[in-house]
Ligand binder design. Sequence first.
Ligand SMILES: [Zn+2]
Length: 375
Amino acid sequence: MTNNEDLKSRLIALTRDLTMIPSTESRPQERKRCFELLHHHIDQLPSIQIDYYDCNEHRSMVVRPQGVEAPEILLCGHLDVIEHSQPNCYHSKIEQGRIYGPGSGDMKGQIAILIELLRTLHTQQPGISLGLALTSDEERGGADGIRYLCEDVGLRCGTAIIPDGGSLNDVTTEEKGVIHVRVSHLGHESHGARPWLGKNALEMLIERLMLLKKHFYQWWPTQPVEEQINHWFSTCCITMCNTENTTPNRIPDQASAILDIRFIPPHSVNSMLAEITTILGPDCIVNPLMTAEPTNLEPDPLFCEVTTNITNQPVKLVKASGGSDGRFFRQYGIPVNLSRPLVGNLHAIDEWIDINSMITYYEICEAYIKQKLER
Ligand SMILES: [Zn+2]
């Protein structure tokens, strides 16, 4: 077997083993099983230390060279996958040079690559300043994972590599800011046959929300929106709408909605919150649930150079509508290289990762790490 074939079969095997484990939010035991499997792949490496950190039932694993608190390069991934309602769907198949299965592209295929990089480089050069951080809550925001590691544990590094966004030749530079917010409205209950006696909280809330939608439409492009072409504008989605009312003929005295707002600079979390509070008006109660500032990831030019050389194709610097764990590193000025192998159908049962691009991505990272640590 050539080196490449050996690497390929190792990456396929580990990806498929990981895909079999339904490491979802509702199954902490399965997430733990994932960590155990990966632990067995690396615990024999010379001169490394493996630490576990737990935050609200979410475990993270940090691997560093012995005696090195802040490695030069930190590989980052998350092993949690999203929940599917179909029974027994957590398995994989290989077709058309791709591994298909839940989580294969987000991001168990990438974790297999990170584990192989760690194994190979620490075997070749014991003590190399290369670490690995794996978390288990990225799909629900990363507060107990990378945020906890950076802000509470004090994890630092020179540069972070996160293969969870962009594409093989698309390196992400900017990510939109995020505001998840609960908007509530109070009213006055009455019988549904005599609406003039009540104040319908749900209807009043909907009116205010429609005004907000209209406000955001001013930024919507006149051309059809395409990812990475003209998607760089602020958006607002109503993702949930509730009332405690359970009676068809009662006018509700309370209603609330959840909004998912994505915004671009020069807006900040504070200025965007102020804007939506003004538009919603004094009768709406606005409660932020999760916020993140727009982020500039400042990818390492050397990473882009190496990507160009290995793929023989130019690198595109792209802006992303979604956020990543990268933002937590940026609070400490740590550059983030965010690109990945070719993936598709993310969060669907037929999610896939392209096998040849896994090898290419591995080669990009290997060359980058070696060049970076030689300098
Ligand atoms: Zn992901």
